[in-house]
Design a protein. Structure first.
Length: 562
Protein backbone atom coordinates (compact mmCIF):
# COMPACT_ATOMS: atom_id res chain seq x y z
CA UNK A 1 0.00 0.00 0.00
CA UNK A 2 2.80 2.38 0.79
CA UNK A 3 4.40 1.62 -2.55
CA UNK A 4 1.10 2.01 -4.33
CA UNK A 5 0.40 5.30 -2.60
CA UNK A 6 3.94 6.40 -3.34
CA UNK A 7 3.51 5.33 -6.96
CA UNK A 8 0.21 7.20 -7.25
CA UNK A 9 1.78 10.27 -5.66
CA UNK A 10 4.68 10.09 -8.08
CA UNK A 11 2.35 9.66 -11.06
CA UNK A 12 0.32 12.63 -9.87
CA UNK A 13 3.52 14.66 -9.51
CA UNK A 14 4.60 13.65 -13.00
CA UNK A 15 1.21 14.56 -14.44
CA UNK A 16 1.29 17.86 -12.59
CA UNK A 17 4.82 18.53 -13.83
CA UNK A 18 3.76 17.59 -17.37
CA UNK A 19 0.79 19.99 -17.15
CA UNK A 20 3.10 22.71 -15.85
CA UNK A 21 5.54 22.02 -18.69
CA UNK A 22 2.70 22.11 -21.19
CA UNK A 23 1.54 25.45 -19.79
CA UNK A 24 5.12 26.74 -19.95
CA UNK A 25 5.38 25.62 -23.56
CA UNK A 26 2.10 27.30 -24.43
CA UNK A 27 3.20 30.49 -22.71
CA UNK A 28 6.52 30.26 -24.49
CA UNK A 29 4.71 29.93 -27.85
CA UNK A 30 2.52 32.91 -27.00
CA UNK A 31 5.56 34.94 -25.99
CA UNK A 32 7.33 33.95 -29.21
CA UNK A 33 4.31 35.03 -31.28
CA UNK A 34 4.11 38.26 -29.33
CA UNK A 35 7.82 38.87 -29.84
CA UNK A 36 7.41 38.22 -33.56
CA UNK A 37 4.59 40.77 -33.73
CA UNK A 38 6.60 43.30 -31.72
CA UNK A 39 9.60 42.67 -33.98
CA UNK A 40 7.54 43.27 -37.14
CA UNK A 41 5.93 46.39 -35.69
CA UNK A 42 9.24 47.85 -34.61
CA UNK A 43 10.81 47.00 -37.98
CA UNK A 44 8.06 48.92 -39.81
CA UNK A 45 8.15 51.79 -37.32
CA UNK A 46 11.91 52.16 -37.41
CA UNK A 47 11.93 52.04 -41.21
CA UNK A 48 9.38 54.85 -41.21
CA UNK A 49 11.44 56.76 -38.66
CA UNK A 50 14.59 56.30 -40.74
CA UNK A 51 12.79 57.53 -43.87
CA UNK A 52 11.40 60.51 -41.98
CA UNK A 53 14.82 61.21 -40.48
CA UNK A 54 16.41 61.16 -43.94
CA UNK A 55 13.73 63.44 -45.40
CA UNK A 56 14.00 65.84 -42.46
CA UNK A 57 17.77 65.94 -42.81
CA UNK A 58 17.41 66.73 -46.50
CA UNK A 59 14.90 69.46 -45.67
CA UNK A 60 17.23 70.82 -43.01
CA UNK A 61 20.12 70.97 -45.50
CA UNK A 62 17.89 72.71 -48.05
CA UNK A 63 16.66 75.18 -45.45
CA UNK A 64 20.24 75.91 -44.31
CA UNK A 65 21.37 76.55 -47.90
CA UNK A 66 18.27 78.67 -48.56
CA UNK A 67 18.92 80.63 -45.38
CA UNK A 68 22.53 81.32 -46.40
CA UNK A 69 21.42 82.47 -49.86
CA UNK A 70 18.67 84.60 -48.34
CA UNK A 71 21.13 86.13 -45.88
CA UNK A 72 23.42 87.03 -48.78
CA UNK A 73 20.52 88.53 -50.72
CA UNK A 74 19.40 90.46 -47.63
CA UNK A 75 22.91 91.89 -47.22
CA UNK A 76 22.99 92.90 -50.90
CA UNK A 77 19.54 94.48 -50.62
CA UNK A 78 20.56 96.35 -47.50
CA UNK A 79 23.60 97.74 -49.32
CA UNK A 80 21.38 98.78 -52.22
CA UNK A 81 18.92 100.39 -49.82
CA UNK A 82 21.75 102.25 -48.13
CA UNK A 83 23.02 103.51 -51.50
CA UNK A 84 19.49 104.53 -52.50
CA UNK A 85 19.07 106.45 -49.26
CA UNK A 86 22.40 108.16 -49.80
CA UNK A 87 21.33 109.14 -53.32
CA UNK A 88 18.01 110.42 -51.91
CA UNK A 89 19.85 112.51 -49.35
CA UNK A 90 22.17 113.87 -52.05
CA UNK A 91 19.20 114.73 -54.28
CA UNK A 92 17.47 116.43 -51.34
CA UNK A 93 20.61 118.49 -50.66
CA UNK A 94 20.78 119.41 -54.35
CA UNK A 95 17.08 120.35 -54.24
CA UNK A 96 17.69 122.56 -51.22
CA UNK A 97 20.61 124.22 -53.00
CA UNK A 98 18.45 124.80 -56.07
CA UNK A 99 15.70 126.27 -53.90
CA UNK A 100 18.23 128.60 -52.28
CA UNK A 101 19.60 129.61 -55.69
CA UNK A 102 16.04 130.09 -56.97
CA UNK A 103 15.24 132.31 -54.01
CA UNK A 104 18.41 134.32 -54.65
CA UNK A 105 17.56 134.65 -58.33
CA UNK A 106 14.03 135.70 -57.51
CA UNK A 107 15.40 138.28 -55.10
CA UNK A 108 17.82 139.53 -57.74
CA UNK A 109 14.99 139.58 -60.27
CA UNK A 110 12.84 141.59 -57.87
CA UNK A 111 15.73 143.98 -57.35
CA UNK A 112 16.19 144.27 -61.09
CA UNK A 113 12.49 144.90 -61.65
CA UNK A 114 12.60 147.58 -58.96
CA UNK A 115 15.64 149.11 -60.63
CA UNK A 116 13.93 148.94 -64.04
CA UNK A 117 10.82 150.54 -62.59
CA UNK A 118 12.91 153.29 -61.03
CA UNK A 119 14.74 153.73 -64.31
CA UNK A 120 11.43 153.97 -66.20
CA UNK A 121 10.16 156.53 -63.74
CA UNK A 122 13.33 158.57 -64.14
CA UNK A 123 12.98 158.24 -67.89
CA UNK A 124 9.35 159.40 -67.69
CA UNK A 125 10.49 162.35 -65.63
CA UNK A 126 13.20 163.07 -68.21
CA UNK A 127 10.62 162.87 -70.99
CA UNK A 128 8.36 165.22 -69.04
CA UNK A 129 11.27 167.60 -68.63
CA UNK A 130 12.00 167.28 -72.33
CA UNK A 131 8.34 167.97 -73.05
CA UNK A 132 8.44 171.00 -70.81
CA UNK A 133 11.61 172.13 -72.54
CA UNK A 134 9.98 171.55 -75.91
CA UNK A 135 6.97 173.57 -74.71
CA UNK A 136 9.28 176.34 -73.62
CA UNK A 137 11.12 176.12 -76.92
CA UNK A 138 7.85 176.25 -78.82
CA UNK A 139 6.74 179.20 -76.75
CA UNK A 140 9.99 180.94 -77.51
CA UNK A 141 9.64 180.14 -81.18
CA UNK A 142 6.05 181.37 -81.13
CA UNK A 143 7.13 184.53 -79.29
CA UNK A 144 9.88 185.14 -81.81
CA UNK A 145 7.76 184.31 -84.87
CA UNK A 146 4.52 185.96 -83.73
CA UNK A 147 4.97 188.75 -86.26
CA UNK A 148 5.65 186.47 -89.21
CA UNK A 149 3.25 183.71 -88.36
CA UNK A 150 0.11 185.51 -87.22
CA UNK A 151 -1.98 183.74 -89.82
CA UNK A 152 -0.72 180.31 -88.78
CA UNK A 153 -0.90 180.88 -85.03
CA UNK A 154 -4.32 179.26 -84.56
CA UNK A 155 -3.44 176.13 -86.52
CA UNK A 156 -0.05 175.80 -84.84
CA UNK A 157 -1.54 176.21 -81.36
CA UNK A 158 -4.15 173.57 -82.16
CA UNK A 159 -1.41 171.23 -83.38
CA UNK A 160 0.59 171.84 -80.23
CA UNK A 161 -2.51 171.32 -78.09
CA UNK A 162 -3.16 168.05 -79.90
CA UNK A 163 0.44 167.03 -79.38
CA UNK A 164 0.19 168.00 -75.74
CA UNK A 165 -2.96 165.94 -75.36
CA UNK A 166 -1.28 163.03 -77.09
CA UNK A 167 1.74 163.31 -74.81
CA UNK A 168 -0.53 163.53 -71.77
CA UNK A 169 -2.37 160.44 -72.96
CA UNK A 170 0.98 158.74 -73.49
CA UNK A 171 2.03 159.74 -69.98
CA UNK A 172 -1.24 158.40 -68.55
CA UNK A 173 -0.77 155.16 -70.46
CA UNK A 174 2.80 154.82 -69.19
CA UNK A 175 1.61 155.49 -65.63
CA UNK A 176 -1.20 152.95 -66.07
CA UNK A 177 1.30 150.41 -67.38
CA UNK A 178 3.58 151.12 -64.42
CA UNK A 179 0.65 150.62 -62.04
CA UNK A 180 -0.35 147.44 -63.88
CA UNK A 181 3.22 146.20 -63.63
CA UNK A 182 3.22 147.00 -59.91
CA UNK A 183 -0.11 145.17 -59.44
CA UNK A 184 1.12 142.17 -61.42
CA UNK A 185 4.32 142.25 -59.37
CA UNK A 186 2.31 142.25 -56.14
CA UNK A 187 0.10 139.42 -57.44
CA UNK A 188 3.17 137.42 -58.41
CA UNK A 189 4.76 138.12 -55.04
CA UNK A 190 1.60 136.94 -53.26
CA UNK A 191 1.49 133.83 -55.47
CA UNK A 192 5.17 133.24 -54.79
CA UNK A 193 4.61 133.61 -51.04
CA UNK A 194 1.64 131.24 -51.21
CA UNK A 195 3.67 128.71 -53.22
CA UNK A 196 6.54 129.01 -50.74
CA UNK A 197 4.09 128.46 -47.88
CA UNK A 198 2.69 125.41 -49.62
CA UNK A 199 6.25 124.23 -50.25
CA UNK A 200 7.09 124.64 -46.57
CA UNK A 201 3.91 122.79 -45.62
CA UNK A 202 4.74 119.97 -48.01
CA UNK A 203 8.30 119.83 -46.69
CA UNK A 204 6.96 119.70 -43.13
CA UNK A 205 4.54 116.95 -44.11
CA UNK A 206 7.39 115.14 -45.84
CA UNK A 207 9.49 115.33 -42.67
CA UNK A 208 6.53 114.07 -40.65
CA UNK A 209 5.94 111.21 -43.09
CA UNK A 210 9.66 110.41 -43.10
CA UNK A 211 9.62 110.30 -39.31
CA UNK A 212 6.57 108.02 -39.50
CA UNK A 213 8.37 105.74 -41.96
CA UNK A 214 11.43 105.64 -39.70
CA UNK A 215 9.18 104.83 -36.77
CA UNK A 216 7.52 102.08 -38.81
CA UNK A 217 10.95 100.71 -39.74
CA UNK A 218 11.99 100.74 -36.09
CA UNK A 219 8.76 98.96 -35.16
CA UNK A 220 9.42 96.41 -37.92
CA UNK A 221 12.96 95.82 -36.61
CA UNK A 222 11.61 95.47 -33.07
CA UNK A 223 9.00 92.99 -34.29
CA UNK A 224 11.70 91.05 -36.16
CA UNK A 225 13.84 91.02 -33.01
CA UNK A 226 10.86 89.82 -30.99
CA UNK A 227 10.22 87.12 -33.59
CA UNK A 228 13.87 86.03 -33.46
CA UNK A 229 13.83 85.93 -29.66
CA UNK A 230 10.56 83.99 -29.79
CA UNK A 231 12.10 81.49 -32.18
CA UNK A 232 15.24 81.14 -30.05
CA UNK A 233 13.38 80.87 -26.74
CA UNK A 234 13.06 77.47 -25.15
CA UNK A 235 9.63 75.84 -25.04
CA UNK A 236 8.19 74.12 -21.95
CA UNK A 237 8.60 70.34 -22.39
CA UNK A 238 5.20 69.67 -20.77
CA UNK A 239 3.44 71.72 -23.45
CA UNK A 240 5.17 70.22 -26.48
CA UNK A 241 3.37 68.46 -29.27
CA UNK A 242 0.57 69.79 -31.42
CA UNK A 243 0.04 72.82 -29.13
CA UNK A 244 3.68 73.88 -29.67
CA UNK A 245 3.40 73.80 -33.46
CA UNK A 246 0.03 75.60 -33.40
CA UNK A 247 1.41 78.29 -31.08
CA UNK A 248 4.48 78.82 -33.28
CA UNK A 249 2.31 78.92 -36.40
CA UNK A 250 -0.11 81.43 -34.81
CA UNK A 251 2.73 83.69 -33.77
CA UNK A 252 4.31 83.48 -37.19
CA UNK A 253 0.99 84.35 -38.89
CA UNK A 254 0.51 87.26 -36.49
CA UNK A 255 3.99 88.60 -37.26
CA UNK A 256 3.34 88.22 -41.00
CA UNK A 257 0.08 90.15 -40.70
CA UNK A 258 1.83 92.92 -38.80
CA UNK A 259 4.59 93.04 -41.42
CA UNK A 260 1.99 93.23 -44.21
CA UNK A 261 0.18 96.08 -42.45
CA UNK A 262 3.47 97.94 -41.98
CA UNK A 263 4.32 97.34 -45.63
CA UNK A 264 0.96 98.75 -46.80
CA UNK A 265 1.39 101.74 -44.50
CA UNK A 266 4.89 102.34 -45.86
CA UNK A 267 3.58 102.21 -49.44
CA UNK A 268 0.74 104.61 -48.62
CA UNK A 269 3.20 107.05 -47.06
CA UNK A 270 5.44 106.83 -50.11
CA UNK A 271 2.49 107.42 -52.43
CA UNK A 272 1.44 110.42 -50.35
CA UNK A 273 4.99 111.76 -50.49
CA UNK A 274 5.15 111.32 -54.28
CA UNK A 275 1.75 113.02 -54.70
CA UNK A 276 2.90 115.95 -52.55
CA UNK A 277 6.10 116.27 -54.55
CA UNK A 278 4.14 116.15 -57.79
CA UNK A 279 1.82 118.86 -56.48
CA UNK A 280 4.80 121.02 -55.52
CA UNK A 281 6.32 120.52 -58.95
CA UNK A 282 3.06 121.44 -60.68
CA UNK A 283 2.64 124.55 -58.52
CA UNK A 284 6.20 125.63 -59.28
CA UNK A 285 5.73 125.04 -62.99
CA UNK A 286 2.45 126.98 -62.92
CA UNK A 287 4.09 129.84 -61.02
CA UNK A 288 6.96 129.91 -63.52
CA UNK A 289 4.51 129.97 -66.43
CA UNK A 290 2.52 132.79 -64.83
CA UNK A 291 5.66 134.78 -64.13
CA UNK A 292 6.98 134.20 -67.64
CA UNK A 293 3.64 135.05 -69.27
CA UNK A 294 3.12 138.14 -67.09
CA UNK A 295 6.66 139.39 -67.63
CA UNK A 296 6.46 138.72 -71.35
CA UNK A 297 3.14 140.55 -71.69
CA UNK A 298 4.31 143.47 -69.57
CA UNK A 299 7.62 143.75 -71.43
CA UNK A 300 5.94 143.43 -74.83
CA UNK A 301 3.38 146.11 -73.89
CA UNK A 302 6.13 148.39 -72.62
CA UNK A 303 8.19 147.85 -75.78
CA UNK A 304 5.16 148.64 -77.95
CA UNK A 305 4.46 151.82 -75.99
CA UNK A 306 8.09 152.85 -76.16
CA UNK A 307 8.14 152.16 -79.90
CA UNK A 308 4.99 154.27 -80.33
CA UNK A 309 6.54 157.03 -78.25
CA UNK A 310 9.72 156.83 -80.34
CA UNK A 311 7.74 156.95 -83.59
CA UNK A 312 5.76 159.96 -82.36
CA UNK A 313 8.95 161.65 -81.21
CA UNK A 314 10.48 160.96 -84.63
CA UNK A 315 7.41 162.45 -86.31
CA UNK A 316 7.65 165.51 -84.07
CA UNK A 317 11.32 165.84 -84.88
CA UNK A 318 10.60 165.49 -88.61
CA UNK A 319 7.83 168.11 -88.39
CA UNK A 320 10.09 170.43 -86.46
CA UNK A 321 12.92 169.91 -88.94
CA UNK A 322 10.54 170.62 -91.82
CA UNK A 323 9.26 173.70 -90.04
CA UNK A 324 12.70 175.02 -89.16
CA UNK A 325 13.89 175.96 -92.72
CA UNK A 326 10.81 178.19 -93.19
CA UNK A 327 11.78 180.20 -90.16
CA UNK A 328 14.31 182.87 -90.06
CA UNK A 329 18.00 182.28 -89.58
CA UNK A 330 17.95 183.34 -85.89
CA UNK A 331 15.24 181.02 -84.78
CA UNK A 332 16.73 178.26 -86.96
CA UNK A 333 20.06 178.58 -85.17
CA UNK A 334 18.34 178.42 -81.87
CA UNK A 335 16.24 175.36 -82.87
CA UNK A 336 19.20 173.31 -84.16
CA UNK A 337 20.72 173.11 -80.71
CA UNK A 338 18.11 170.93 -79.00
CA UNK A 339 17.61 168.59 -82.04
CA UNK A 340 20.99 166.95 -81.55
CA UNK A 341 20.45 165.99 -77.90
CA UNK A 342 16.95 164.72 -78.70
CA UNK A 343 18.27 162.31 -81.34
CA UNK A 344 21.07 161.21 -78.98
CA UNK A 345 18.54 160.65 -76.19
CA UNK A 346 16.33 158.65 -78.52
CA UNK A 347 19.29 156.51 -79.60
CA UNK A 348 20.26 155.98 -75.96
CA UNK A 349 16.70 155.02 -75.10
CA UNK A 350 16.62 152.60 -78.01
CA UNK A 351 19.87 150.99 -76.86
CA UNK A 352 18.59 150.78 -73.30
CA UNK A 353 15.37 149.15 -74.50
CA UNK A 354 17.36 146.58 -76.48
CA UNK A 355 19.62 145.91 -73.49
CA UNK A 356 16.57 145.46 -71.25
CA UNK A 357 15.05 143.07 -73.77
CA UNK A 358 18.24 141.00 -73.91
CA UNK A 359 18.46 140.95 -70.12
CA UNK A 360 14.83 139.87 -69.86
CA UNK A 361 15.41 137.04 -72.34
CA UNK A 362 18.50 135.88 -70.46
CA UNK A 363 16.57 135.92 -67.17
CA UNK A 364 13.74 133.91 -68.68
CA UNK A 365 16.22 131.42 -70.12
CA UNK A 366 18.02 130.99 -66.79
CA UNK A 367 14.70 130.63 -64.98
CA UNK A 368 13.46 128.00 -67.44
CA UNK A 369 16.74 126.09 -67.11
CA UNK A 370 16.48 126.17 -63.31
CA UNK A 371 12.89 124.89 -63.48
CA UNK A 372 13.91 122.11 -65.86
CA UNK A 373 16.77 121.13 -63.57
CA UNK A 374 14.45 121.18 -60.56
CA UNK A 375 11.95 118.95 -62.38
CA UNK A 376 14.74 116.52 -63.28
CA UNK A 377 15.86 116.38 -59.66
CA UNK A 378 12.29 115.78 -58.51
CA UNK A 379 11.91 112.95 -61.02
CA UNK A 380 15.21 111.42 -59.90
CA UNK A 381 14.10 111.72 -56.27
CA UNK A 382 10.79 110.03 -57.11
CA UNK A 383 12.60 107.22 -58.93
CA UNK A 384 14.98 106.79 -56.00
CA UNK A 385 12.06 106.65 -53.55
CA UNK A 386 10.31 104.03 -55.73
CA UNK A 387 13.53 102.02 -55.91
CA UNK A 388 13.95 102.27 -52.15
CA UNK A 389 10.34 101.12 -51.67
CA UNK A 390 10.91 98.16 -54.00
CA UNK A 391 14.11 97.26 -52.16
CA UNK A 392 12.32 97.55 -48.81
CA UNK A 393 9.49 95.30 -50.05
CA UNK A 394 11.98 92.77 -51.39
CA UNK A 395 13.91 92.85 -48.11
CA UNK A 396 10.67 92.28 -46.17
CA UNK A 397 9.87 89.36 -48.46
CA UNK A 398 13.33 87.90 -47.91
CA UNK A 399 12.97 88.37 -44.16
CA UNK A 400 9.60 86.58 -44.27
CA UNK A 401 11.18 83.71 -46.22
CA UNK A 402 14.04 83.64 -43.74
CA UNK A 403 11.55 83.52 -40.87
CA UNK A 404 9.75 80.63 -42.59
CA UNK A 405 13.05 78.79 -42.97
CA UNK A 406 13.96 79.46 -39.34
CA UNK A 407 10.51 78.19 -38.28
CA UNK A 408 11.13 75.05 -40.37
CA UNK A 409 14.49 74.58 -38.68
CA UNK A 410 12.88 75.06 -35.29
CA UNK A 411 10.23 72.46 -36.18
CA UNK A 412 13.00 70.07 -37.17
CA UNK A 413 14.77 70.74 -33.86
CA UNK A 414 11.52 70.16 -31.98
CA UNK A 415 11.00 66.90 -33.89
CA UNK A 416 14.50 65.92 -32.93
CA UNK A 417 13.84 66.74 -29.27
CA UNK A 418 10.59 64.76 -29.40
CA UNK A 419 12.45 61.72 -30.70
CA UNK A 420 11.18 61.77 -34.27
CA UNK A 421 14.66 62.43 -35.67
CA UNK A 422 17.41 60.10 -34.52
CA UNK A 423 21.03 60.08 -35.57
CA UNK A 424 21.57 56.34 -35.06
CA UNK A 425 18.38 54.25 -34.95
CA UNK A 426 18.36 51.23 -32.66
CA UNK A 427 19.45 47.93 -34.14
CA UNK A 428 16.90 45.16 -33.98
CA UNK A 429 17.83 41.75 -32.73
CA UNK A 430 16.64 38.44 -33.99
CA UNK A 431 13.91 36.41 -32.38
CA UNK A 432 15.02 34.60 -29.24
CA UNK A 433 13.74 31.13 -28.36
CA UNK A 434 13.15 30.69 -24.63
CA UNK A 435 12.84 27.78 -22.15
CA UNK A 436 15.71 25.68 -23.55
CA UNK A 437 16.69 24.07 -20.24
CA UNK A 438 13.11 23.19 -19.43
CA UNK A 439 12.74 21.47 -22.79
CA UNK A 440 15.96 19.58 -22.14
CA UNK A 441 14.67 18.49 -18.73
CA UNK A 442 11.45 17.35 -20.32
CA UNK A 443 13.48 15.40 -22.89
CA UNK A 444 15.56 13.71 -20.15
CA UNK A 445 12.45 12.71 -18.16
CA UNK A 446 11.07 9.10 -18.45
CA UNK A 447 8.43 8.36 -21.03
CA UNK A 448 5.72 7.69 -18.48
CA UNK A 449 6.25 11.10 -16.86
CA UNK A 450 6.83 13.03 -20.10
CA UNK A 451 4.07 15.37 -21.21
CA UNK A 452 1.94 14.47 -24.17
CA UNK A 453 3.93 15.84 -27.12
CA UNK A 454 4.61 14.42 -30.51
CA UNK A 455 7.85 12.66 -31.34
CA UNK A 456 8.54 15.09 -34.17
CA UNK A 457 8.35 18.06 -31.81
CA UNK A 458 10.68 16.36 -29.32
CA UNK A 459 13.14 15.70 -32.09
CA UNK A 460 13.10 19.33 -33.18
CA UNK A 461 13.57 20.48 -29.60
CA UNK A 462 16.51 18.16 -29.06
CA UNK A 463 18.11 19.32 -32.31
CA UNK A 464 17.63 22.99 -31.53
CA UNK A 465 18.81 22.86 -27.93
CA UNK A 466 22.59 23.26 -28.52
CA UNK A 467 22.00 25.78 -31.31
CA UNK A 468 19.76 27.82 -29.05
CA UNK A 469 22.35 27.83 -26.27
CA UNK A 470 25.05 29.15 -28.61
CA UNK A 471 22.59 31.68 -30.00
CA UNK A 472 21.73 32.90 -26.49
CA UNK A 473 25.44 33.34 -25.72
CA UNK A 474 25.96 35.28 -28.96
CA UNK A 475 22.96 37.49 -28.31
CA UNK A 476 24.16 38.21 -24.75
CA UNK A 477 27.59 39.23 -26.10
CA UNK A 478 26.01 41.40 -28.86
CA UNK A 479 23.74 43.01 -26.32
CA UNK A 480 26.69 43.94 -24.10
CA UNK A 481 28.47 45.51 -27.10
CA UNK A 482 25.36 47.44 -28.08
CA UNK A 483 24.93 48.68 -24.50
CA UNK A 484 28.50 50.03 -24.57
CA UNK A 485 27.85 51.69 -27.95
CA UNK A 486 24.66 53.26 -26.58
CA UNK A 487 26.54 54.63 -23.57
CA UNK A 488 29.19 56.18 -25.85
CA UNK A 489 26.49 57.59 -28.14
CA UNK A 490 24.66 59.15 -25.18
CA UNK A 491 27.92 60.75 -23.98
CA UNK A 492 28.51 62.25 -27.45
CA UNK A 493 24.98 63.62 -27.52
CA UNK A 494 25.51 65.18 -24.08
CA UNK A 495 28.68 66.89 -25.31
CA UNK A 496 27.04 68.17 -28.52
CA UNK A 497 23.55 69.15 -27.45
CA UNK A 498 24.14 69.96 -23.80
CA UNK A 499 21.50 67.67 -22.42
CA UNK A 500 21.68 64.12 -21.11
CA UNK A 501 19.68 61.29 -22.46
CA UNK A 502 18.88 59.03 -19.55
CA UNK A 503 18.77 55.32 -19.80
CA UNK A 504 15.81 53.70 -18.11
CA UNK A 505 15.43 49.98 -17.86
CA UNK A 506 12.04 48.32 -17.95
CA UNK A 507 11.07 45.87 -15.23
CA UNK A 508 12.19 42.31 -15.43
CA UNK A 509 9.73 39.46 -15.66
CA UNK A 510 11.01 36.19 -14.21
CA UNK A 511 9.35 32.81 -14.62
CA UNK A 512 10.52 30.39 -11.97
CA UNK A 513 9.51 26.85 -11.03
CA UNK A 514 8.63 27.11 -7.35
CA UNK A 515 6.74 23.98 -6.10
CA UNK A 516 4.69 23.79 -9.29
CA UNK A 517 3.48 27.44 -9.33
CA UNK A 518 4.61 30.36 -11.54
CA UNK A 519 5.47 33.67 -9.96
CA UNK A 520 5.92 36.86 -12.00
CA UNK A 521 7.99 39.35 -10.06
CA UNK A 522 8.49 42.91 -11.43
CA UNK A 523 11.57 44.74 -10.28
CA UNK A 524 11.57 48.46 -11.09
CA UNK A 525 15.04 49.79 -11.56
CA UNK A 526 13.97 53.44 -11.73
CA UNK A 527 14.57 53.79 -7.99
CA UNK A 528 18.30 53.81 -8.69
CA UNK A 529 17.81 56.87 -10.92
CA UNK A 530 15.96 58.92 -8.28
CA UNK A 531 18.67 61.58 -8.16
CA UNK A 532 18.52 62.15 -11.92
CA UNK A 533 16.14 64.49 -13.67
CA UNK A 534 12.89 63.39 -15.24
CA UNK A 535 12.88 61.96 -18.73
CA UNK A 536 11.54 64.02 -21.58
CA UNK A 537 9.09 62.71 -24.01
CA UNK A 538 10.83 61.02 -26.93
CA UNK A 539 14.17 60.42 -25.17
CA UNK A 540 16.08 57.26 -26.03
CA UNK A 541 15.75 54.57 -23.37
CA UNK A 542 17.26 51.10 -23.15
CA UNK A 543 14.63 48.73 -21.79
CA UNK A 544 15.97 45.42 -20.53
CA UNK A 545 13.07 43.00 -20.30
CA UNK A 546 14.41 39.70 -19.06
CA UNK A 547 12.68 36.34 -19.01
CA UNK A 548 14.31 33.93 -16.65
CA UNK A 549 13.94 30.20 -16.44
CA UNK A 550 15.64 27.83 -14.01
CA UNK A 551 18.93 28.00 -15.94
CA UNK A 552 18.77 30.56 -18.79
CA UNK A 553 18.16 34.31 -18.77
CA UNK A 554 17.13 35.94 -22.08
CA UNK A 555 16.91 39.67 -22.80
CA UNK A 556 14.49 41.41 -25.14
CA UNK A 557 15.83 43.71 -27.86
CA UNK A 558 16.26 47.45 -27.41
CA UNK A 559 13.35 49.67 -28.41
CA UNK A 560 12.39 53.31 -28.30
CA UNK A 561 9.88 54.59 -25.78
CA UNK A 562 6.95 56.29 -27.51
Amino acid sequence: EDLRSENERLTKDLQYAASIGQSFLEKNAELEAEMANVHSRYVVRIEKLEQECHSLRMKLDCSVSAESSLNAEVDVLRDQLKRARESCSKSELALKKLEASLAERQQSENDRTAAIELHLRTRVKALEEQLSESHKLNERLLAQDCNSMLSEEGSHTSVLAAREQELELLLKQVQAEVEALGASKRVLESELAEAQGRLRETLDSLTVERAATLKAEREATELRAQLDTLQLSQVDPKQRGNSLFSEVEDRRLKQERELLSLRTRFRALHEQESSLREEVRKSRAQMAQLMAAGGHRADARQVVLLQDALARAKLDIAQLTRALPSQSSGPGATSEAPSVPLSGLLEMERKKVEALERERLSLLRVQSESHVREDQLLRELHKASLKAEALEARMLKMMAQKDDCSVGRKDAAVHEQLGVVEEEPPVLRERIVMSHAFRQECADAPSSKRPKTSSREDKENTDKAPDNETQSRNTARDEAQRDEALVEHSQCDEAQRGRAKEVVRKPKVAFQDDTGETANTAVDERASLGTKRKLRRGSVVVPQQKVESSSTQVEVQQCKQQ
